[in-house]
Design a protein. Sequence first.
Length: 131
Amino acid sequence: MIMRQIRTSIETKGMIEKLKSIYRKEKFAQDDLVTMTVGYVLNTAFRETENISDWNRIIDTNITLEEEFLSAVKETKTQVTRFRLADLTSQGIDNLTKIFADELGLRVQVGFTVKQILKAAILLREEEHIV
């Protein structure tokens, strides 16, 4: 496991909260006392989305987060989120960041990549044919 500090936006943190809610319902419906870390959420989202080939569609798609998820993180004082990631997840995020930079012709921050991974995990539940 690797500890990573990644600059994240309020929207990204809201996506983390939404995925926590989704994963709690899908995987831990019988146990209300489960606490999920942000690392667990990102590791799970990465595994779910690692086979996506059309990242342009993900990048171009906008999602609207419910106010309950945004309000849960609006008072956050720091832009940096600490993630405890599996080695494969950390390496995969770095590789995807390089791919995004090459495809977009821009300097891409790791926070952008994390946001796209989280967005893709949410979209997988809304659309059946992304992969």
